[in-house]
Design a protein around this ligand. Structure first.
Ligand code: BDR
Ligand code: CA
Length: 312
């Protein structure tokens, strides 16, 4: 099994990703850490704890940092609801009184692992950057980081920047400069990993409690995207499963096509802050630091999700 740590900000598509992660026979999910993004840290932490408990899995959840490095936190209630889980409520798990911060738990997990760890991130890169700065020695035992974030050709918060990178560009810069192998599931590929209206209905028809909850959340997410000024014009009635791509790559890289590029992050607080500049014409003459995915087998991703829902 592939040992993974997942850093996430649940978040509707984050919970879809966790459904697949926690049911996959190929993955050994050692730890989930939460980051502030779609909602505040209080909420993403609670949501992750609740969802792991709901699926009855024995995976530790550790609380990450409260805020991006320098930016103010701008959450996304329009897309994920005030709670982060849209219209759906999960039973609240009591919070531990004392806890070890995510960075400490990640450090311990990475350094004590016999096999190098894969990290999957589906939120801003705040926790991971802090970990790398505090404990650079972790780099030697991180196999790769599979990141959902960024866009080579068009964002979703401002015209050029994607939400996770826009939220904490300074953290993203630390991660991209770390030298750890990166696989980037940017919007260019995650926009292709969508559910059609018909497939969304198929989820509801599975009829289990999880299926009905996922359907309700995804419907909310779809409607939010359609009513938003950020609606992406190139697709119609579909739901994009952004975060699932970063995880799906780890489960089955053959579903994707990608190329190695040098990627740098715009940090200057201008209209383009948080842009992932993918140097596909080799302007900077730098060695590649990321494997940037640009194509995905959509049907296979949808199948992966359907199987996971049936597993529960
Ligand atoms: C990303 O932003 C978040 O709202 C989603 O959960 C996903 O991680 C897509 O841009
Ligand atoms: Ca996310």
């Amino acid at each position: 099994k592939i040992p993974v740590i997942i850093d996430t900000d649940p978040g509707i598509d984050d919970l879809v990703m966790l459904t697949v992660a926690l049911t996959s026979e190929l993955l050994d999910v050692r730890l989930i850490t939460t980051v502030a993004g779609n909602q505040t840290q209080d909420k993403t932490y609670q949501n992750a704890l609740n969802f792991v408990n709901y699926l009855n899995k024995d995976v530790p959840v550790a609380r990450g940092l409260d805020k991006p490095f320098f930016n103010e936190l701008e959450t996304a209630p329009a897309f994920h609801g005030e709670s982060g889980t849209g219209p759906v409520e999960f039973q609240n798990v009591p919070l531990p009184v004392y806890y070890q911060p995510a960075i400490t738990v990640m450090y311990n997990e990475i350094m004590s692992s016999e096999e190098p760890i894969t990290i999957v991130t589906t939120g801003p890169l705040t926790n991971l950057a802090a970990l790398i700065l505090a404990h650079p020695e972790v780099k030697s035992n991180i196999k790769r980081i599979s990141i959902m974030g960024g866009a080579a050709t068009g964002g979703n918060v401002v015209p050029t920047a994607e939400f996770n990178m826009y939220t904490d560009p300074d953290a993203a810069a630390v991660v991209f400069q770390s030298g750890i192998p990166i696989i980037l599931s940017s919007l260019d590929v995650t926009r292709q990993a969508y559910l059609t209206e018909g497939e969304l209905n198929q989820i509801k028809e599975i009829g289990t409690d999880l299926a009905v909850k996922l359907y309700a959340m995804l419907k909310f997410y779809q409607e939010a995207a359609m009513g938003s000024p950020f609606q992406e014009p190139f697709f119609e009635d579909v739901v994009r499963l952004h975060d699932l791509s970063a995880l799906a790559y780890v489960i089955n890289p053959k579903l994707f096509k990608g190329s190695f590029y040098y990627v740098t992050i715009e940090r200057t607080p201008t209209l383009t802050a948080g842009t992932t500049i993918v140097d596909y014409i080799d302007t900077f003459g730098m060695s590649p630091n990321a494997y940037v995915l640009y194509e995905v087998d959509r049907t296979a991703i949808v199948e992966m999700l359907m199987e996971a829902i049936h597993e529960v």
